[in-house]
Design a protein around this ligand. Structure first.
Ligand code: IPE
Ligand code: IPE
Ligand code: MG
Length: 260
């Protein structure tokens, strides 16, 4: 069941034709619909965020059970600072509390936690808690759990470009995708095979713009706090019905499968 876990080669998912009915190697989720879940129940929006954390726990467990080795969750976008100050502050506190309370459990289950995004904008205590959690779990291999916080796909691209140029300041105009790739967030992981967005909206909202180049998209009206095992399995089943062609023809894909 954990066969994938021992071979975490950072192969680009956009290069390989996967075998049929395979589980995704990497799932990226936009966890949307917390506010609406709460409003529907006449509760404050933040109650939805609190409940959403329970779905995060459920997804982590499900990925481990199903042998999905990489899970990336969009928790707070670079645009979410535009929300009312009390909601932003609640989200920061929830993040801090979750880090403090869950990290030991994550470590116990051999989960590696990392946070991607412009974390320098967070309060120093939160930055310290992130660094501590990342250091504690750095050697774990059961699941790579990445939380995107103050993350934006455009920010990711720009920080990667800046790092790339800074490493070779005398080089001009001939940088390649291969030069850029190692500077992007999650460069050591395969690119997501499956993107899930709950909450009914069908947009990327500045999530992993580069890394989603050939990812399969799955949108569901289910609100994040209600996204359960059955809903997860529907997303996986939908993924398994897709034919990933990566620019090739359907005939080429079938031929490749037959020869192995
Ligand atoms: C997603 O739920 C969580 C965050 C963006 C932090 P929302 O808060 O966006 O919920 P809706 O979209 O308003 O229902
Ligand atoms: C996207 O959700 C970001 C997260 C889930 C963290 P939003 O609810 O902020 O997205 P938009 O602004 O409606 O596109
Ligand atoms: Mg939303």
């Amino acid at each position: 069941m954990f066969g994938f876990l021992r071979s975490p080669a950072p192969v680009s998912s956009t290069q390989e034709i996967p075998t049929h009915s395979e589980f995704p190697n990497h799932i990226a989720i936009v966890m949307d619909g917390n506010g609406r879940w709460a409003s529907k129940r006449l509760m404050p929006r933040v109650a939805g965020h609190k409940r959403g954390l329970e779905t995060v726990r459920r997804m982590v467990q499900l990925c481990i059970e199903r042998g999905v080795p990489n899970l990336t969750l969009f928790a707070f976008s670079s645009e979410n600072w535009r929300r009312p100050a009390d909601e932003v502050s609640f989200l920061m506190q929830l993040f801090m509390r979750a880090l403090r309370e869950e990290v030991k459990l994550l470590h116990k289950h051999h989960i590696r936690l990392r946070v991607i995004g412009e974390t320098s904008r967070f309060a120093p205590e939160l930055q310290a808690a992130i660094a501590e959690a990342e250091a504690l779990t750095a050697g774990n291999t059961a699941l790579n759990l990445s939380i995107a916080a103050n993350y934006g796909g455009r920010w990711d691209l720009m920080q990667a470009v800046n790092h790339m140029v800074a490493t070779e300041p005398d080089r001009h105009g001939d940088f390649t995708e291969e030069d850029l790739r190692p500077h992007l967030c999650l460069a050591d992981l395969p690119e997501p095979d499956l993107f899930i967005r709950t909450g009914g909206e069908q947009r990327v909202s500045n999530f992993l713009l580069w890394q989603l180049a050939y990812t399969e998209f799955y949108f569901t009206d289910c609100l994040w706090p209600e996204f359960d095992e059955a809903a997860f399995d529907l997303a996986i089943a939908s993924f398994q019905r897709r034919e990933r062609r990566f620019g090739r023809t359907s005939e080429q894909i079938k031929e490749k499968r037959m020869v192995g």
